[in-house]
Design a binder for this molecule. Structure first.
Ligand code: MF3
Ligand code: CO
Length: 250
C-alpha cells in the first residue's frame, strides 16, 4: 500500500475537485431528451479545458470519459448516442481524471426528472453507505471495517450489495493496492494508516446482488433487472480522520 505525502495529497485533492466539478456539470445537464454520448462530450471538454485528462478513456480499451449507467445498469455503462435519457430514469455517473500525474475518481447517482419513491430510497441508502464507510477511514481501523459498514447499511435497508466489483487504492495509478470489498466481516486486513487513499465505491442493488455483463464486455446489469445505484469518493486517512478529496480543504 503506497502512502501519500501531504504534497501528493494536495495534488490528489485538486484532481478530485475537477472530477466532482465535472460530475456536477454533467448532473445538471442530465435531463430528459439528452443522450449519454452528449453528457460524455460535455465531461471530456470540461476536463481538458481545466488541464486534465480523462482517466477511463483507453483504460483496458474503455471508450468513454464517463460511465453512464441507466436503471438496471450497475456500472460501466458506455455512453451512446442512441441512449436518450427519459423522465424517471436513474442515472449513475462515474468519472476519473488525471491531473499533474495523479488520479481522481468519483461517482454519483442522480434522478432524471422525478423518479419512483423506491429509486429515491435506493439513492439515499447508497449515499448513506458511502458516508458510513468514510467514517471508518481513521488510523488503526482495519481495511474490512469499510466493507462491513457498507454491508450493514445496505442490508438493514433490504438492499443487495454487489460483490463482483470493489473499491481500490488510488494515486499515480487508477487502481492501486488494496482492493476494497463492499462487504465485511469487520476486523480483517491491514490497519489503515495516514496517507492511505482509497476510492470507496458501494454499488447497491434494489434486489439481489447478482450481476450479468452485456456482450460489449463492459455494461454490468442487475441479474433480476431491478435498479442499482453507485456512489464513490476518493478518501485519504489522516491523523485528524477522513479527508474526502476534492470536497473539503485542508
Ligand atoms: N470507478 C471505476 C473503477 O474504479 C470506473 C472504471 S471505468 C474503466 O474501476 F473504464 F476505467 F474501467
Ligand atoms: Co473507482
Amino acid at each position: 500500500m503506497l502512502l501519500k505525502s501531504p504534497q501528493e495529497l494536495a495534488v490528489m485533492d485538486r484532481a478530485n475537485a475537477l472530477v466532482l466539478e465535472t460530475l456536477r456539470l454533467v448532473a445538471a445537464a442530465a435531463q430528459p431528451g439528452v443522450t449519454t454520448a452528449e453528457l460524455d462530450e460535455l465531461a471530456e471538454r470540461h476536463i481538458v479545458a481545466r488541464g486534465g485528462r480523462p482517466a477511463f478513456k483507453g483504460y483496458k480499451g474503455y471508450p468513454g470519459t464517463l460511465c453512464t449507467s441507466v436503471n438496471d445498469v450497475i456500472v460501466h455503462g458506455i455512453p451512446d448516442r442512441r441512449c436518450v435519457l427519459r423522465e424517471g430514469d436513474l442515472l449513475s455517473l462515474d468519472c476519473g481524471v488525471v491531473l499533474d500525474g495523479f488520479y481522481g475518481d468519483a461517482a454519483i447517482t442522480v434522478p432524471v426528472g422525478t423518479v419512483s419513491p423506491e429509486a429515491e430510497r435506493l439513492v439515499a441508502v447508497t449515499r448513506q453507505c458511502l458516508e458510513e464507510a468514510i467514517a471508518v477511514m481513521q488510523p488503526r481501523r482495519r481495511l474490512s471495517d469499510v466493507g462491513d459498514a457498507i454491508q450493514r447499511c445496505a442490508e438493514a435497508a433490504g438492499f443487495g450489495v454487489v460483490r463482483d466489483f470493489v473499491g481500490h487504492g488510488i494515486g499515480r495509478s487508477l487502481h492501486e493496492e488494496p482492493q476494497v470489498p463492499n462487504v465485511g466481516p469487520a476486523g480483517r486486513g491491514p490497519e489503515l494508516r495516514p496517507g492511505l487513499v482509497l476510492a470507496i465505491e458501494p454499488m447497491i442493488n434494489a434486489g439481489s446482488p447478482g450481476v450479468v455483463i452485456d456482450a460489449d464486455g463492459w455494461t454490468a446489469r442487475t441479474e433480476d433487472g431491478k435498479l442499482s445505484a453507485h456512489f464513490e469518493y476518493s478518501v485519504a486517512v489522516t491523523e485528524n480522520g477522513p479527508w474526502v478529496l476534492g470536497v473539503e480543504k485542508r
